[in-house]
Design a binder for this molecule. Structure first.
Ligand SMILES: Nc1ncnc2c1ncn2[C@@H]1O[C@H](COP(=O)(O)OP(=O)(O)OP(=O)(O)O)[C@@H](O)[C@H]1O
Length: 231
């Protein structure tokens, strides 16, 4: 369980995240949504240990995050400029040297499932193919927590669909947790267990999809719009 408690983060003295608190249990797929600039990428970087909060704490199983614990988190960045000079196989070989938990054969299997040519240089792949390769490299890691920053951004509906299927097929719903930011809520909703909404760096709601559907009789998109209007 990851516990985020009263986390604040500033960029050039401007608050980006303010008093953010929530918990991330094991075995869940959690979506982070919110308008552009709400702080989604920043929050994911803090969770992955790439940045440190200015205030507040993030703990894993009641222990503060350390370099060693963060090295066990798999992070998928939103950047499209991703090891462009390597081929897919070389990327997997590089990951193998960087991450103890990287399973080369699993990465190959995901790449095959997502129909990626791993012999091709990354810079010659299309945006959709690069998106799939990033996903294969990330899912190649056998770890408990996956943090994914807009894994479906700018991809066509077929690619999004194959990535969503890959996510489900190559992670264990009982023992692994995925936290992903997305603007494609409509397509991602079926795989989400919970949805966290950020607005101006603050959590405006965090609920299970079951609650959203059963108690409020709404889909995630309608619910999100309503929450935003309320603020
Ligand atoms: N290193 C940085 N350089 C410039 N601005 C930053 C940096 N870190 C955070 N910010 C600012 O923090 C705010 C939140 O940015 P962030 O990228 O986290 O939002 P986001 O919700 O992921 O946005 P989007 O949906 O557009 O990707 C923005 O106003 C951004 O300008």
């Amino acid at each position: 369980m990851i516990n985020v408690k009263k986390v604040c983060y500033k960029h050039r003295n401007r608050p980006v995240l303010n008093d953010v608190s929530f918990q991330i249990p094991i075995g869940k797929v959690i979506g982070i949504a919110g308008e552009n600039g709400a702080g989604k990428s920043t929050l994911l970087r803090l969770l992955a240990g790439i940045k440190n909060p200015d205030d507040g704490t993030i703990t894993l199983d009641h222990q503060p995050l350390t370099h060693r614990t963060c090295s066990r988190f798999a992070y998928l960045p939103d950047t499209d400029d991703f090891y462009s000079y390597l081929t897919g196989v070389q990327l997997f070989q590089f990951y193998e040297t960087q991450f103890e938990d990287f399973n080369f054969l699993k990465a190959l299997e995901v790449a095959d499932f997502l129909d990626i040519n791993i012999e091709q240089k990354i810079k010659t792949l299309s945006k959709g193919q690069r998106g799939r390769l990033k996903m294969a490299a990330t899912l190649g890691r056998e770890t408990t927590y996956y943090f994914m920053d807009e894994p479906f951004s700018g991809l066509d509906p077929m690619v999004r669909d194959s990535l969503i299927k890959g996510l489900i097929r190559f992670t264990d719903a009982e023992t692994q947790t995925i936290v992903l930011s997305t603007h494609e809520l409509y397509e991602v909703e079926p795989i989400l267990d919970a949805l966290l909404l950020l607005k101006n760096g603050e959590v405006i709601s965090y609920h299970s999809l079951e609650t959203i559907r059963e108690e409020w009789q709404q889909d995630a998109v309608s619910w999100m719009k309503k929450q935003y209007r309320k603020e």
